[in-house]
Every structure is written in structure tokens, then in C-alpha cells.
Unconditional design. Sequence first.
Length: 226
Amino acid sequence: MTYIHFIVLDVIFFNILHAHAFVGSQFAQNISPGTRIFASIEEPEVILSEHVVSLRKPMGIILEGDESNLAAGVFVKRMDPQGQTAAACRSDPSGFDICIRDKVMFVNGVDVSQDSLESIMELIIDGPNTVEIVLGRPSDAAVVRWTNGISIAAKPGDSFGCIARHEALIKIPYSCASGACGTCEQSISSEDEEFRQYIRPCVARVPGGVPIIIVNPSDRFGTPLP
Ligand code: FES
């Protein structure tokens, strides 16, 4: 999927906050998260499960959309590890359920699932200081939570090393890069207490059938992550 347009929300909110006084307000009450079928050019039919997050501005996230394919929608592309959203996710991971790759479905009660990035930005900028967003996530995604608060809605089979470096913005130290030495080793757990494994991200892939994967430092080898 090739995206050609993205906007850093922090920068925009910083500027706008100097021009307008945002006040709190009631959100529209017609948000009804559930599941829906979402079609795009690349993936003709994906079932998205929806969930709601309330994020304060500046949110510290980057959204991205493709102007040439508005029907594909707008997605969460990046999260600032130092931003408010990542901090909230660190302190309350289940309360702030937002992942890189989530699709923006509603903003403050307005269906934006096939809107342009610009129109979504207008809604956010002109709205109250706390933004209520319904996010859609493929129902077969594995949420991989990293130690810096950033989570990725990964596909089973994705490389742990690639999503750590390019999406969670975590640099894992490597040595052999072939799974042999243990330098990069971490452990993973899940909400199921019986699920606990060691992974070597240089070679490890996201397993299927585990909805939430929490990355922790290994107690054997490896280097603790930030
Ligand atoms: S770098 Fe050696 S096991 Fe990953």
C-alpha cells in the first residue's frame, strides 16, 4: 500500500492552539463501535473490529492517507514515544487501545471511514481538546505491545524486528542477526497467563492466534528495551 500524504498532528495542534481557545464539549452520542466489512483495493474484504479511544491534543500521532484512493481511508501511521498518547498507553494499555495501522472510522461521532486526510484533520482541529475516535482493526490482527507504549496491529507472520524498528521506533541491538547468539532476545507474554515464549526478533515472526502479545525483557539473554 503506497501512501502519499501524512500530517504530524502535534505541529498542527501547536499552531492552532495559539489561534483558538479550545474548550471541552459533549461528543456526539451516535458512536456505536462493532464490526464492519471494509473493502480496499489491496484487500478486497477485511472485517474490522471497532473500538473507541479518547485522546487529548496534542496527541502525538501521525495519520496517513492516500489521496488517490480515498475509499481506503486514513490510518494511524506513527506514534511519538514521548507524546501524550504513548504515555497514556504505557500507564493504561487496555484503556488506551490504539495501534499503529488502525483505521480511523469516526471522529467525534462523524463517520470518516472513507474521508480524506484533510477533512479528518479539519474535524480534529476544529473539535474539542479531547478527541473521541473510533478505530477499526482487522479482526485477525495481533496487537504487539512494546515497552515504550507503542502497539502495532500486526499480521501473523510479520517480523518482530521490522515492526520494532520501523513502527514501534525501538532499536533492538543485534549481533549475529540469524537467531544464534541471543543478543536481541526478548520474551513475549499474553493475557493468557500460560502463553510465555522467548523470541529473537532478528528472525522471529508474529504468531497467529494470539490477539495480544506483550514484549518484555528476556531474563536469559538480550538487552532490555527502552
Ligand atoms: S542478533 Fe543474534 S539472536 Fe538475534
